[in-house]
Write a protein that binds this ligand. Structure first.
Ligand code: FMN
Length: 151
């Protein structure tokens, strides 16, 4: 069975809500196990046990949130050393923008041998039903793609 790792960083809870909704969507897929980790607690061992990676974080000061950047910084060399290659997707919670977080993440990921499994999804403003639905759909689509071996 394949495993989807959902790693999230959240200061005020918005990204955590989106990560939870993505988890709800992903676990609908019977062929995939889903692990959720806070970015601060996640490490290369979590990546090594997964076949797909969904990153969920906020835009802070025009950039990817520090907690998520820390996770990627910490795991970069260890992931390369282990030859890990995971399809990834990004879900961003933002106030009114989000483009800086996407730009930075794409810049960081251009150094990883990880292929993008989906276009980055940016959800702006307070978390509402539409945000949760979109997050759930992203989680479900990612898990279904993994189960089918699309990525
Ligand atoms: C320090 C700080 C900086 C922020 N900078 C931005 C920003 O540059 N662009 C933006 O769209 N939203 C910005 N926001 C708003 C957050 O992205 C938004 O509130 C998000 O939903 C927070 O998610 P979280 O609760 O998971 O941390 C910022 C919020 C904080 C606290």
């Amino acid at each position: 069975m394949k495993t989807l790792l959902i790693a999230y960083h959240s200061q005020s809870g918005a990204s955590a809500q989106l990560a939870r909704a993505a988890w709800r969507g992903a676990v609908m897929e019977p062929g995939v196990a889903v692990t959720v980790r806070r970015a601060w607690d996640a490490g290369v061992e979590d990546l090594a046990l997964a076949q797909g990676l969904l990153l969920v974080a906020a835009e802070n000061s025009g950039a990817l949130s520090g907690g998520m950047k820390d996770f990627l910084d910490r795991t970069f060399y260890p992931a390369i050393a282990r030859g890990l290659v995971l399809p990834y997707a990004l879900l961003v919670s933002a106030g009114n923008d989000g483009r800086g977080a996407v730009r930075q993440l794409e810049r960081i990921m251009s150094g990883y041998p990880f292929p993008a499994a989906a276009e980055p999804l940016v959800l702006r403003g307070e978390v509402g039903d539409a945000h949760l639905d979109a997050s759930r759909e992203l989680g479900a689509a990612f898990a279904a793609g993994l189960a089918m071996g699309i990525f």
